[in-house]
Design a protein around this ligand. Structure first.
Ligand SMILES: NC(=O)c1ccc[n+]([C@@H]2O[C@H](COP(=O)([O-])OP(=O)(O)OC[C@H]3O[C@@H](n4cnc5c(N)ncnc54)[C@H](OP(=O)(O)O)[C@@H]3O)[C@@H](O)[C@H]2O)c1
Length: 347
């Protein structure tokens, strides 16, 4: 199965209906797992024509790229795409943007699409449905800024295309992430009752724990929940680390303009990176991700801080082999590795 991203656009006739019809055809053969909003775009290249409606789709495809491309072309023909002027008006255009992380070159097809990084009407909708995607090793935010320095076109989001059903997304598994070369590790500080916060704050401050955190996560990716990020001290600077924020409600984050905001843990599937993804809390984020981590670092305080938020005990099913890496009077730092049924790393 391949995760495929397509860009659809048109500027003739009933533009929404044309898109809806193309998607209905695609859904007969392929599983639609994501659909962006509609984006209205000024024409570019040939500017003497009506504006376009664009969107991006994510499909799960079983089969070869050649068969898939032929199917897209057949749908374009069925919807009345005629031999058109380059960059001219069209009833439907279906562009294959990404075929998994693969590169494909033939006399009639190039994937990734040769213009993906020059088209804001591809990048902006793609950011909505694959916010962690990093083609060419750079974030989509980087490519959007880059694109704006090349061409400036009028583009605006005009809401959703109604009436399209999206397939449920399967949960992530550690085997899948391992196969993709992604490494997730957890890092947490708990009190004597596995408490992690009290009244929305961490009720202790241990300089050595902070420097352990900084040293471990340097050069990696910090993955945090929205509530944890909002509780960070103003002095916090993710310097030398990327910051990913999991949130269904944030659309951008002024305080950390470089942070990537993603909506669902499953969006991690789109990333290609050899950096370590550090799961840094809080409670909800640990619940979503600890089952996918290969290692877990726990700073364990010996005192009870009367916390009202706790680390869910389920982490114990996945991590059995542990060792103390630092032993101090009031706390220990422990490192746990995955239990043998998911053979991540040797101790
Ligand atoms: N002791 C430690 O080591 C440690 C470490 C980190 C944090 N903390 C503490 O933990 C507390 C925060 O923990 P928390 O559990 O309340 O919140 P959290 O996990 O930091 O953030 C929860 C928010 O993250 C988003 N989120 C979580 N799971 C999601 C999912 N599956 N899909 C989409 N979005 C998801 C949602 O944001 P939206 O509501 O925007 O959708 C949710 O409201 C803070 O007090 C912090 O200081 C302690």
């Amino acid at each position: 199965m391949t995760r495929v991203y397509l860009s659809l656009g048109n500027n003739l006739g009933d533009r929404k209906e044309n898109l809806r019809e193309a998607i209905t055809h695609l859904q007969k053969d392929f599983e639609l797992f994501a659909i962006s909003s509609l984006w209205e775009t000024e024409p570019w290249g040939n500017v003497r024509q009506a504006s376009f409606l664009n969107l991006v789709l994510g499909l799960n495809v079983y089969g070869s790229i050649g068969e898939f491309f032929a199917r897209c072309q057949a749908i374009e023909q069925a919807l009345g795409k005629k031999k058109q002027a380059f960059w001219g008006p069209r009833t439907i255009d279906i562009d294959l943007i990404f075929w998994g992380h693969e590169i494909y070159r033939s006399s009639h097809l190039m994937v990734p699409h040769p213009y993906w990084y020059q088209r804001e009407f591809v990048l902006r909708p793609l950011l909505e449905i694959a916010p962690l995607m990093n083609p060419g090793g750079k974030s989509l935010l980087f490519w959007i800024r880059h694109c704006r320095t090349l061409f400036s076109i009028g583009i605006g989001c005009i809401g959703k295309l109604e009436g399209i059903e999206v397939s449920p997304i399967p949960s992530l598994t550690c085997e899948e992430l391992k196969g993709q070369g992604l490494v997730l590790k957890g890092i947490v500080a708990v009190d004597s009752r596995d408490g992690i916060a009290c009244g929305g704050k961490i009720p202790w401050d241990i300089p050595e724990d902070r420097s352990f955190f900084r040293e471990k996560t340097r050069g990696g990716i910090l993955c945090m929940g929205r509530k944890t990020v909002e509780r960070l001290p103003h002095s916090f600077d993710p310097e030398e680390r990327e910051l990913w924020i999991l949130s269904r409600t944030l659309s951008f984050f002024e305080q950390y303009p470089r942070a990537l905001i993603f909506r669902r843990p499953e969006e991690i599937r789109d990333v290609q990176t050899d950096k370590i993804i550090w799961i840094c809390g809080g409670g909800e984020v640990y619940e979503s991700f600890l089952s996918l981590c290969s290692e877990l670092y726990i700073t364990r305080l010996l005192k009870d801080y009367h916390c009202d938020l706790f680390l869910n005990a389920s982490w114990k099913q996945w991590f059995s082999c542990g060792q103390v890496v630092k032993h101090r009077e009031h706390y220990t730092i422990e490192c746990y590795r995955r239990t043998p049924d998911c053979d991540f790393v040797e101790i």
